[in-house]
Design a protein around this ligand. Sequence first.
Ligand code: PL4
Length: 400
Amino acid sequence: MVKRNLRIANIKAGYLFPEIAKRRREYEAAHPGAKIISLGVGNTTEPILPHINAGLVNGAKRLGIAEGYVGYTDEGFEELRKRISDVFYKGAFAPDEVFISDGAKCDIGRLQLLFGPGTKPVVQDPSYPVYVDGSVLSGAAGCWQGTGYKGIAYLPCTAENNYFPDLSQLPRDSIFYFCSPNNPTGATANRDQLTALVKAATEKGSIIIFDAAYAEYIRDPALPKSIFEIDGARTCAIEVNSFSKPAGFTGVRLGWTIVPKELKYDGGESVNADWSRICGTIFNGASNIAQWGALASLEPEGLAEIRRLCDFYLENAALIRQTLQGLYISCIGGDNSPYIWAYFPVRDSWEVFAEILEKCQVVTTPGAGFGPAGQSFIRFSAFGHRGDVEEACGRLSKLK
Ligand code: PL4
């Protein structure tokens, strides 16, 4: 008989989001006819706006004519790689430092192949579960040990430290998954904090994997949208990003990863060259239709649509946040991010999740699913139709 991969045995049963979907189905089965509203998973709900959608449609049409047809695109259209560099990084990266992907999550999984056994994964606690679960699957972390996985360093991000970790605790020679604007807390690191992060990573010989999937939700012009706005980041950071949340491409699937040529391993070898090798070997490029859509999104009309779509979800976020504050529930986020992180002192997150589902028929995400420091918190997602969000906010008053 074939043996099971023990790394899968090491991972806790049930990835967070399917687990929430399962509990929702169980509730629906027990309460037929209940009109449940989801403020749970961060899944976009609004149609793709016209200019960007025309890019997708025209892309599909091009594939039907001889002059327009394109097959494999490997690391992505050169034009798109250049446009991403120009629009988001002031042209600071050459096209061969910009790798087009089928989404940030997929690249976060594949990036773990870059690093040797024994390289310590570090996460903000709480964090997007893929960093931790992916580390277990890749063998960089071991089995579950009560409050966390063996081998992972969890750096708490709590109200006490203003949701920014104590960088003196960053282990040497580690891989630090850092997300800003943060999922789930919604906290967005400022320039001084990111400068300290780059300094700490450089001093400790560590690499930052900076997840900027929500960068287009930043409205405060003083807050950096990229780790590469910080001097010194090119020698210690990789950035993953995505068209999912700014352009509504959650189902279209397109993202990118920046791997600067200056980034080196301890032996001086190029991380960029290895990433190119990995992508060439186990990834066959993103959809070319999606790439034409992305090109349209980076034209002036497309960028205006990105702004409009993010503004819409930020208005939802403001409604949710005001509602929670009106109920005297302490919360952060929702200003430069689509997530609101609400505190229910002393309570168990899954219990609060069940209570909100029972009393309000609103699905949320229990903070404990994002790590030990998420216990007693609930994440509210601002992705939803306006009418549903307003209805959910009305129902939340039952939590009084
Ligand atoms: C549910 C910090 C959502 N099934 O769409 P991608 O792959 O380009 O980006 C995914 C992603 C990357 N980085 C961060 C994210 O928060 C997300 C999406 N997270 C959420 O509710 O936390 C969707 C989750 C999806 C999943 O598992 O990713």
